[in-house]
Write a protein that binds this ligand. Structure first.
Ligand SMILES: [Zn+2]
Length: 370
């Protein structure tokens, strides 16, 4: 399920979103820079000054990460890989690509674009630091130079999904022509590096250095991302080559548009635990009504609201077709945060593909030894 984010608008046509975890990091970073770095490097500066510089640095770090991700995104777009969005979160950002790069060379270019931007920013801030007159500005530029340098180096660590891991993946992909295996190996390396970070962090904490907490947190976060990639790849391998028709359910519940929500809840939801209905008229699909849509209407309005009024109309629904690739359909559900897709052919519903349905499909196949 996609995490909730805040939309920041578009930059060069690319949607920029902010994960809520970023606010926590912003606060922590401002605090640690104000009371640590700026208090030490600018002795005698009033608290307002160090806190102001701390907050400014955190915002500029945010800008640096954004430029890093834009580097990936713009090169991806030039390589004809669609960019869905850039999300900025806890320890950096992700430029979410809408497709796999066409080949290992494109993957390599996209992977290296981010660290190249960070490296260029590090050089730029180092030059600015040398040119700047006032001490606070010099301290700010020095910090940004080192942060961007660290960003470039950290991202080049050879574990997927870090950029360096993508470089490894591109190299293995080019050598073996097996993208699935390349992803698996790169993601396992990513898990290894992540556990190393956690252990190093724990060691530092044991030695009394609380800075180890950052290392451990980064490692823990990386481990999650690498494991998600391993799982995702395994799922891909299992579903690749299968069609939506194989996993969809044909016994969905069709209802007429004039049924009231109260009737539905009394007769279908409570009695038969149905959670999802296709609203149909004369065999034509009008829309989809889920339990979520019903609960979005105040309970007192259930007797007077019809299914057609509360449903999501067919024109606004993402749907799939029986011949569609099962893996791509599942990806679309994950991306949109929905649990089911109506399977349509010629405006007629043939069935419903649900995440549960995909899991059942996989279980059945394993039981049958397929
Ligand atoms: Zn990157």
């Amino acid at each position: 399920m996609k995490r909730p984010t805040i939309g920041l608008g578009r930059l060069l046509g690319i949607r920029i979103e902010l994960d809520y975890s970023w606010f926590l990091v912003f606060a922590l970073l401002t605090w640690s820079l104000a009371t640590g770095y700026y208090t030490q490097s600018l002795p005698g500066t009033p608290a307002l000054g160090t806190w102001g510089l701390g907050a400014l640095s955190a915002v500029l770090l945010f800008g640096s990460v954004l430029l890093h991700e834009l580097g990936h995104a713009l090169v991806a777009r030039r390589d004809h890989v669609p960019v869905r969005r850039i999300t900025l979160f806890l320890f950096g950002g992700v430029a979410e690509l809408g497709a796999e790069p066409a080949g290992p060379l494109a993957e390599l270019r996209i992977a290296l674009a981010g660290p190249a931007v960070s490296l260029a920013l590090a050089v730029l801030f180092a030059v600015l630091q040398a040119l700047a007159g006032p001490t606070p500005l010099r301290a700010l530029f020095a910090l940004l130079a080192s942060i961007n340098g660290t960003l470039a180096l950290f991202n080049l660590l050879p574990g997927y999904p870090l950029d360096g891991g993508r470089v490894v993946r591109a190299a293995l992909w080019g050598l073996t022509h097996d993208v699935a295996r390349a992803t698996r190996v790169a993601a396992r390396l990513g898990q290894g590096i992540a556990y190393l970070f956690v252990m190093l962090g724990a060691w530092e904490i044991l030695l009394g250095n609380l800075g180890g907490l950052w290392l451990a947190l980064i490692g823990w976060f990386l481990a999650g991302a690498a494991s998600a990639q391993v799982t995702q790849q395994r799922l891909h391998d299992l579903l690749a080559g299968h069609r939506v028709a194989e996993a969809m359910s044909r016994d969905y519940t069709a209802i007429p548009g004039d049924r009231t929500l109260q009737q539905l809840v009394d007769e279908e939801v409570l009695g038969r635990t149905q959670r999802c209905f296709m609203v149909e008229q004369d065999g034509e699909t009008l829309g989809l009504l889920t339990l979520h849509d019903i609960t979005a209407v105040p309970r007192s309005a259930w007797p007077s609201t019809s299914a057609a009024q509360a449903m999501r109309p067919a024109a606004l629904l993402r749907t799939t077709s029986p011949d569609a690739d099962l893996w791509l359909a599942l990806e679309a559900m994950q991306r949109d945060g929905v649990n089911q897709l109506p399977v349509l052919a010629d405006h007629h519903t043939l069935g419903l593909l649900s995440r549960d349905g995909v899991i059942t499909f996989l279980r059945t196949r394993r039981k049958l030894g397929a």
